[in-house]
Design a binder for this molecule. Structure first.
Ligand code: G3P
Length: 215
């Protein structure tokens, strides 16, 4: 099975605004519909310039339209053609009730949710909601050089059993090389979430190509 690869641009200076557009111009040469680009709010409208790329949001709020300063809603995202979002990323955690209601609302609207979780307890609890994806990322490994697949293989295996027939499993944190992706897949994940491994590489496009070669 081909891995699904979610690239989180976070708010890195070289991945926001004009720099985001220039990265997408390069990434657009890689034809692979299993790659998803998680962009900063200010760049989401680039989806109209890059209709062939899967572009999703880095977070979404539960509220709809109204007096909600600083919000981004499923409705507003869908109105510009964005069909999914990360939710509850370690760097943007939200409360449990909010997660439950947002996943429910997203399902009603056919809006894809990648629900990020930090440990096996959260995998157990939140897989019951059957979001489109559960993304397991141990916070202490995020941004580092030790990959989740080498540090937490037993948790990935357990997680894949818990998620089976409910939701797809992604894993992330410290993913830097193709062997990290291959190992994650062998342990039962359907794909990975990756940020610094590509975005902070001196040549992001070369790195993306090297990570997406055939297994
Ligand atoms: O969302 C992906 C991210 O949190 C993992 O970050 O830099 O370890 O790939 P990184």
């Amino acid at each position: 099975m081909e891995p699904e690869i979610f690239i989180n641009f976070k708010h890195y200076e070289n991945a926001v605004g004009e720099s985001c557009e220039s990265l997408l111009n390069q990434f657009n040469t890689v034809k692979n519909n299993k790659i998803y680009y998680c962009l900063s709010y200010i760049d989401l409208r680039l989806n109209s310039k890059f209709p062939d790329l899967n572009i999703i949001s880095q977070s979404v709020d539960l509220n709809g339209y109204g007096a909600f300063t600083g919000s981004i809603s499923i409705e507003s995202l869908m109105s510009i053609g964005i069909k999914g979002s990360l939710l509850n990323h370690s760097e943007k955690r939200i409360e449990k009730n909010n997660i439950v209601e947002t996943v429910k609302k997203a399902k009603e609207n056919n809006f894809k949710i990648v629900l990020c979780v930090e440990n096996i307890e959260e995998i157990k609890n939140y897989s019951e909601l059957e979001p489109d994806y559960i993304a397991y990322e141990p916070p202490e490994l995020i941004g580092g050089n030790i990959s989740v697949s080498s540090s937490k293989p037993e948790i990935i295996e357990k997680a894949s059993k818990i998620c089976e027939n409910k939701t797809k499993l992604l894993v992330g944190a410290g993913v830097k090389a193709k062997k990290d992706i291959d190992k994650s897949m062998d342990l039962g994940a359907q794909g990975v979430l990756i940020a610094s491994g590509i975005i902070r590489d001196p040549k992001p496009i070369n790195k993306l190509i090297s990570l997406t070669g055939k297994r």
